[in-house]
Design a protein around this ligand. Sequence first.
Ligand code: COA
Length: 211
Amino acid sequence: MKEIIVIGGGGFAKEVVWLAHDCNRKVRGVLDDNTFTHGADVQGAIVLGSVDSWVDYTSDCEFVIAIGNPRTRKAVSDKMQLLGKPNFATLIHPSARYSNTVSFGQGSIICAGSILTADITLGAHNILNLNVTVGHECKFGDFITVAPMAAISGNVILDDLVEIGTGATIRQGLNLQKGSMLGMGGVLTKNIPERTIFAGNPAKKLKEITE
Ligand SMILES: CC(C)(COP(=O)(O)OP(=O)(O)OC[C@H]1O[C@@H](n2cnc3c(N)ncnc32)[C@H](O)[C@@H]1OP(=O)(O)O)[C@@H](O)C(=O)NCCC(=O)NCCS
């Protein structure tokens, strides 16, 4: 099996190095554009160089982008693909549970304790952090980030680049449109329009994302 290179050397990368080891994958190292981190130790993996050097490792490595912000994660993926076609690994912690009607997109990271039930489709580069639950017939786009302990009911549609905060809960059948976010602890009872942050219980519009 190919070794793993973790892209991004921040806090979540430490967790992903651990996750990869739990998946019995050997981690070759980390790539990060912050030159101050080069040579640093990330949970036992060394920062080998900048992200563009991924092309030097294609023959015997696969890649995962361990960056929580969906927009940054997409920007890094787009930049990597200017130089070729990276082989992205999908890492699913052995304690995660899912039925045979759940499909995962490439580059996704499913952390310990998450449970996905039936007829669920995840796009590419999704991150489901610790102990997330996803109900029947949910459909997620690409570059979704779900923080720990979020509970997503059945038939929820998350468009590309959606972010869900820690411990948020989502009523069944709702749609979070492209680039929107539900803040930590939010209880969502309505759809969220594009690039808008909702928060609170019941969740209401907090602001628009302008970056
Ligand atoms: C919603 C969120 C994005 C807003 O962040 P922000 O734009 O920096 O907003 P601020 O912290 O300036 O807060 C603005 C107001 O919203 C309130 N607020 C912020 N987050 C809130 C939340 N999750 N629920 C309810 N109110 C919230 C603040 O108390 C503040 O209220 P005030 O104006 O009355 O003082 C952020 O608080 C959040 O929930 N992030 C997710 C964190 C998370 O889950 N991380 C996971 C790491 S694995």
